[in-house]
Design a protein around this ligand. Structure first.
Ligand code: ZN
Length: 165
């Protein structure tokens, strides 16, 4: 039986692909088509907000698991359309470890920049009531075509490399 994750993407995913986040040695497995936008975001996050490749491997994409806050529904990680960055620094969902860091003006400005660049198709867990600072995902209702159009506009290739970066 097939189902969809919270944002409407198929579970299990149509096709998974493992990407290396440009500028780092970290790898994440995501939906092969829309994954590159999350990979490009991760590379920008690494450059602008906080490095993601320091310490233990604490970044991840695809995971076959239920949504934590919506019983009976599949997490967007289960469709390979969400990525977690720096869980040892940014903290797990609801932990609020990240609150102080993300309240800093310089950090908030970088997050605004990322949201201006990617916010038409991606959303950040740090904006939720139950804070999930490490989490970025394809927004509910955003089609593959809309993601591909933004990839095209931002010059992001199928490996998540943003050529203008
Ligand atoms: Zn997550």
């Amino acid at each position: 039986m097939s189902e969809t994750s919270l944002n409407g993407y198929p579970v299990p995913p149509k096709q998974l692909k493992t990407f290396r986040v440009p500028g780092t040695s970290r790898k994440v497995t995501l939906d092969s088509e829309v994954g590159p936008i999350l990979v490009a975001l991760a590379a920008d996050y690494h450059k602008l907000v906080r490095p993601i490749d320091i310490g233990t491997v604490d970044d991840g994409g695809y995971a076959a698991r239920p949504a934590r806050l919506s019983p009976g529904r599949a997490s967007n990680h289960a469709s390979g359309t969400a990525v977690d960055l720096n869980w040892s620094e940014e903290g797990a969902m609801g932990s609020n470890w990240g609150a102080k860091f993300f309240a800093k003006a310089a950090v908030a400005a970088k997050i605004r920049l990322l949201k201006a660049r990617y916010g038409s198709v991606l959303q950040w867990g740090g904006d939720w009531r139950a804070k999930d600072y490490m989490h970025w995902e394809i927004k509910p209702g955003v089609s593959r075509n809309k993601v591909l159009a933004l990839m095209n506009k931002l010059n992001i290739n199928a490996n998540g490399v943003r050529k203008d970066a």
